[in-house]
Write a protein that binds this ligand. Structure first.
Ligand code: FAD
Length: 291
């Protein structure tokens, strides 16, 4: 492992300054479950690593009338075990509880899952499906953006030099809504998703029709993607078996998968169909329980 400088500031301002001023590459470190293996395997060569876990704003986990706020350094375990997440954002709880193993979840942060920008990141589709927004802070101040606009390619994001993800904000749960996340991996655990789907549905006040849906896909494109065509198709319709099956077909059209050792592109498209159907059905069941 090559040598690098290390800092562990306890203020956001210090972290931004440190990350912005180094000559070489500087990287934030949350749980380190992506970054440390990347450094060890010579895939990243930071000259400075800045531990962000001591920064108060990045450790907030709070639920109130504005929704759910998750500091970027909060671990997957804390999120999955937080009562408000289990009750109001079950798809996020499901995804956080799937990341690696208990040991990994104890270290891994949602912010790290997002900033690492792996197309396979499990916690990202729920954040997109819950219409999450990201708060960033950098040398030029703070900015907020829709989570789905954050990713520009595999491992690539809109983060500029010195910028850190501060928090993830999910809106308050909509009435008559439900969501679910599922992925497919070849083994029982500790594997990377061949495909993952997060679905959110909000039903009309009478519970008869889908008012809106947000369907997000992982591992089937260079970045996480929304299945726009499927979402538009189900809006305004009763979510019966025929509509859900057609939504699965349309969701697969949003996928731009590669073929690799873990699965062919055709197999990934089939998985998107199945996982979309299943997550829509679970989201629907949860929305009905909510009604
Ligand atoms: C054995 C194993 C199993 C795994 N299984 C899964 C799995 O099932 N599903 C899955 O999705 N992932 C999995 N992962 C990957 C990893 O655990 C997750 O992506 C995790 O959420 C990363 O979070 P972290 O806090 O450890 O990130 P870190 O490694 O600390 O950081 C990841 C990247 O994001 C940057 N970064 C982190 N926080 C910020 C911030 N606030 N602002 C700006 N940049 C930031 C870092 O500089 C780095 O480039 C696995 C990893 C291992 C080692």
């Amino acid at each position: 492992m090559h040598e690098f400088d290390f800092a562990a500031p306890d203020s956001l301002q210090q972290a931004v300054e440190l990350l912005g001023r180094t000559d070489g590459e500087a990287r934030a470190l949350a749980g380190g479950t992506d970054l440390i293996p990347q450094i060890k395997e010579n895939r990243r060569h930071p000259s400075l690593v800045v531990d962000i876990k001591k920064i108060p704003e990045l450790n907030v986990l709070a639920y109130d009338a504005d929704g759910l706020r998750i500091g970027a350094a909060v671990s997957c375990t804390r999120i999955a075990e937080f009562d408000a997440v289990k009750q109001h954002y079950p798809a996020l709880a499901e995804a956080c509880a799937l990341v690696g193993s208990y040991q990994i979840q104890n270290r891994a942060a949602l912010g790290g899952n997002i900033c690492n920008a792996a197309p396979s990141a499990d916690a990202v589709p729920p954040v997109l499906s819950y219409a999450g927004r990201l708060l960033l802070a950098g040398p030029n101040g703070q900015r907020e953006l829709a989570a789905e606009t954050f990713f520009t390619g595999p491992g690539q994001t809109v983060l500029t030099r010195g910028e850190v993800l501060v928090a993830i904000q999910l809106p308050p749960p909509a009435a008559n809504s439900g969501a679910a996340y599922l992925r497919f991996i070849p083994r029982e655990e500790m594997d990377i998703a061949i495909a993952g789907v997060g679905s959110f549905v909000q039903l009309s006040a009478d519970g008869q029709r889908c008012q809106q849906a947000r369907i997000s896909l992982a591992s089937v494109a260079p970045t996480p993607v929304r299945a726009d065509e499927a979402e538009a198709f189900v809006a305004g319709k009763p979510l019966d078996a025929t509509t859900i099956a057609e939504a699965g077909e349309l969701a697969a059209r949003a996928a731009r998968p590669i073929s690799d050792v873990r699965g062919s592109a055709a197999y990934r498209r089939e998985l998107v169909k199945v996982l979309t159907r299943r997550t829509l059905q679970t989201a629907l069941d949860r929305a009905r329980r909510d009604a």
